[in-house]
Unconditional design. Structure first.
Length: 511
């Protein structure tokens, strides 16, 4: 290695382009002192052999182990010739006992320049302190990363016999903007995301065990479709064409069913250019599944089984608490048609009503509607306002009007309806499913009807996708389709009340 290369890899001590408070000034000075002492505050690696949880779980008093562990300093008690600190890794915290005579004077002097938040590596042997805490007696100690910003550490005081927490990192917007800090100081946040990973893994294994193929489909699409939503647009310079971020992956997955696969699924990032609230993020995750030769009745049973298994997996029981409600996910779930649900909760009968009559019903219920929306949207507004929030226990809402579901197969016994269900839990939609429409002639008519709705001003109506229609003309077998919102499912099973609490980096307004 050349001297020039060595110099480039040394820590640079130029002034930072940030406004420093007193604590940060001290940390930058400590960094300089470390460099002057020949210590690189940011070395390249450290040999880790175990973690905090494993050390505590496997500890036996009569059999101390030699271990090598690394983590972030979360508490520190500097004393004369011996000190204690707690370090935190991905699994939890472990106490470290540091004695000058064991680690050497140079390492101990390095320790004196460290702060809460610094990342260190420790090699030593396990033991139990006089107070009964499993700890590591350090024989080797190394700084792995100097923290230049102080992390917020909650403090506890006892007031009138009660523990009171001060200085907690609890401001929600700040937590979302600085998720890295949130994960450091709020262990329960990390647990939520671990559960999210377990939920996705269970679903992936569930689908794969049935022989269905996990696939990938385009995110950039020349024609968006598969849902009623406004897309994000972009421009491809080389092709000089407008492209869209996908709003759903349905139409591509059904092309694969046409191509001969009996079952396909995809965990997909989808993008919808719409509002942001507790239950909506413009970038979100869903899994879509398509299985040949099945229908929506079969898919209801699959959803019941899948949600029940996921709940037991992450909670160890058949129930979860969501938005203050105890929800039982033991099958079977209630099934109710959308018309019957509106009648049950409003007393209004929507079957056989014209658009004018539906508007009158909405007006009688006190709803103010955009004059451009059609019958399907009116029904959707009534359902969303008066029914959905009241469906707390898992309920399949079935048999939607045809206009509301242009990609679903017509109902086999109810004229004007389609075979579709949505699962509502805790007052929110969790998944959506159809007996998929596979008649290319009727599908073309439906999409052309959607085009007419767009002409009326409905910018969420679907567009005509000629290539998808061409695929259907080659023949698609009977098929059941399903879309599950992963973010909402995680909210349900972890008890979080905002979608931002289950997405690592949610979208926010600029600072």
């Amino acid at each position: 290695m050349t001297k020039e290369h060595e110099q480039k890899n040394q820590p640079q001590d130029s002034s930072p382009a940030v406004s420093l408070n007193d604590q940060m000034k001290r940390r930058f000075e400590e960094r300089i002192h470390l460099s002057e002492a020949g210590i690189n505050p940011y070395p390249y690696s450290f040999d880790v052999t175990t973690n905090a949880k494993s050390i505590i779980d496997s500890f036996q008093d009569e059999q101390p182990e030699n271990v090598s562990v690394a983590g972030r300093i979360m508490t520190i008690r500097k004393m004369g010739k011996a000190s204690f600190l707690h370090i935190q890794d991905a699994t939890g915290r472990i106490q470290i006992y540091l004695k000058r005579d064991d680690v050497g004077e140079a390492s101990y002097n390095t320790f004196k320049l460290l702060d809460i938040g610094d990342i260190v590596g420790v090699s030593g042997f396990t033991f139990r302190t006089k107070t009964g805490e499993v700890s590591v007696h350090a024989q080797k100690f190394e700084l792995l990363s100097k923290s230049l910003r102080p992390i917020p550490i909650a403090k506890e005081k006892e007031v009138d016999g009660q523990k009171v927490v001060y200085d907690a990192f609890s401001d929600r917007e700040l937590r979302y903007r600085q998720r890295y800090v949130d994960l450091i100081v709020n262990p329960e946040v990390r647990e939520t995301f671990i559960k999210r990973t377990r939920i996705v893994a269970l679903m992936r294994n569930y689908f794969s065990a049935n022989g269905w193929l996990e696939v990938e489909t385009p995110i950039l699409q020349p024609i968006y479709g598969g849902a009623a939503a406004r897309p994000f647009t972009t421009h491809h310079n080389a092709l000089d064409m407008e492209l869209y971020l996908r709003i759903a992956n349905e139409l591509y997955l059904k092309r694969l069913i046409v191509g001969g696969f009996d079952g396909v699924f995809e965990f997909a990032k989808d993008f919808r250019n719409e509002g942001i609230d507790r239950f909506h993020n413009p970038e979100f995750t869903q899994v879509e599944l398509y299985v040949a030769y099945k229908d929506y009745v079969w898919m209801m049973e699959l959803v019941e089984d899948l949600l029940h298994k996921a709940c037991v997996e992450v909670n160890g029981k058949e129930t979860t608490t969501f938005l203050g409600n105890e929800i039982n996910l033991k099958p079977p779930f209630r099934r109710l048609t959308i018309a019957d649900s509106i009648k049950e909760f409003t007393g209004m009968e929507i079957r056989g009503k014209s658009e004018v009559q539906l508007r009158d019903i909405a007006k009688d219920l006190g709803l103010e509607l955009d004059p451009k929306i059609s019958s399907g949207k009116i029904i959707d507004e009534i359902f969303g306002e008066f029914v959905e929030p009241k469906l707390i226990q898992p309920t399949f809402i079935t048999d939607y009007p045809e206009e509301m579901s242009p990609l679903a197969k017509k109902h086999r016994s109810e004229p004007g309806l389609v075979e579709r269900f949505e699962l509502i839990v805790g007052g929110k939609e969790v998944c959506n499913s159809f007996s998929e429409l596979n008649d290319p002639v009727i599908q073309r008519e439906r999409l052309e009807d959607q085009a007419r709705l767009r002409a009326r001003g409905d910018d969420e109506a679907m567009v005509v996708d000629e290539d998808f229609l061409r695929a259907l003309e080659y023949g698609m077998p009977p098929c059941a389709g399903l879309g599950i919102g992963i973010d909402r499912m995680v909210m349900l099973l972890t008890g979080e009340d905002s979608i931002r609490d289950v997405i690592f980096f949610p979208h926010l307004k600029p600072e």
